[in-house]
Design a protein around this ligand. Sequence first.
Ligand code: IPE
Ligand code: IPE
Ligand code: MG
Length: 248
Amino acid sequence: MQNRFKDDAISDPAHTGPRHVAIIMDGNGRWATQRGRPRLFGHHAGARRVREVVETCPDIGVEYLTIFAFSTENWKRTQVEVAGLMSLFRRYIAKEARALDDFGVRVRFIGDRVRLDKKLIKLMDELEVLTSGNTRVNLTIALNYGGRDEVARATKRLALEVAAGNIDPETVDEAALVKFLDTQVLPDPDLVIRTSGEARISNFLLWQSAYAEYEFVDTLWPDFSREEFTRLCAKYGSRERRFGGVKT
Ligand code: IPE
Ligand code: IPE
Ligand code: MG
């Protein structure tokens, strides 16, 4: 298990850590409230934690990192908070693009873009194109993402193909549906981490996390560190995953 944390962890056959980690970055609002500051102060502090976690990935053999930035339900928040978050996402992309690219991060976005503003969509597209040749870390940012919404959108696209006569309905199975999910090119997450002490999924990667391991930690997202991330990934390596079978 220790081998897992050497530089060459990815090519190491003894690598037992998670290859794909997904994180529900929760607790920004409470972190700010504890300090007597507006919730957006917490969101800004939270955004600053992302780089350290991304840059830890190659050291511990994590090839894919998927982070939940905004859910399809987060539109229910006040107009001030939603507008502040959208502006933060725009600024974050503009400010971090260079550093992410220099580090070798390939960035992808998942979620429904339809409700996002044009300026933000343009920045997202540009960042995906800019980093499309990178392979060191695959960072996927879930923005206006909901697991149910994703499955519904995938089903609609599949139904349209069936209606057009391009897909025989008799052939529709799990693999056929997966091709229409936003995460089509990504492996399923091995480990899902949620910060802030809430033990729920809140509509994140519902389909993909069917056999993921889960870690719920009390740390509020703006306090999450490289050390805690490394510890949770190491703990994963000591778990036994059965995928419905029995130990052999
Ligand atoms: C997570 O932090 C970030 C987003 C949902 C955008 P929260 O804003 O949910 O923080 P809490 O849960 O209110 O503390
Ligand atoms: C989940 O957190 C969404 C993100 C982290 C982006 P929420 O704070 O929105 O989830 P609930 O409302 O506590 O379930
Ligand atoms: Mg929350």
